[in-house]
Design a protein. Structure first.
Length: 123
């Protein structure tokens, strides 16, 4: 069953895991609300700080391009998250490579996700 209103979606990418985690930490602590973070790649130096946020559910994805090689894994985890019936005020997909953000954004606007997710914004 789709979410009553589309969940706000942000895409975020940085080649450096410390920079990515710093940006995410600032975003999630600025306005605490039930949120989910799907993050691609290995944990960085601030991963433990993100894990300690009580309002944040983290789904870690194996390092792989989420619009190419890692797409199936990303879609499976995203579909599980969306169907979990947990209320979400926002969702962030974080990538270690900004090169394919436009392709990923287009995939997340396909018909199967438009009832669940708002059009992606860049963080």
């Amino acid at each position: 069953m789709p979410h009553p209103t589309p969940i706000p979606l942000w895409l975020c990418a940085a080649a450096d895991s410390a920079q990515l985690e710093s940006r995410l930490l600032a975003f999630f602590t600025a306005a605490p609300s039930p949120s989910a973070l799907m993050i691609e790649g290995w944990p960085g130096p601030q991963a433990h700080l993100l894990a300690e946020l009580p309002h944040l559910q983290i789904v870690r994805l194996a390092p792989a391009c989420l619009c190419c090689a890692g797409n199936l894994s990303m879609r499976v985890q995203l579909n599980r998250l969306l169907r979990s019936r947990q209320p979400l005020a926002r969702l962030v997909l974080a990538l270690s490579d900004p090169g394919h953000l436009p392709q990923l954004a287009a995939q997340l606007q396909e018909a199967q996700y438009t009832k669940w997710l708002a059009p992606p914004q860049m963080l």
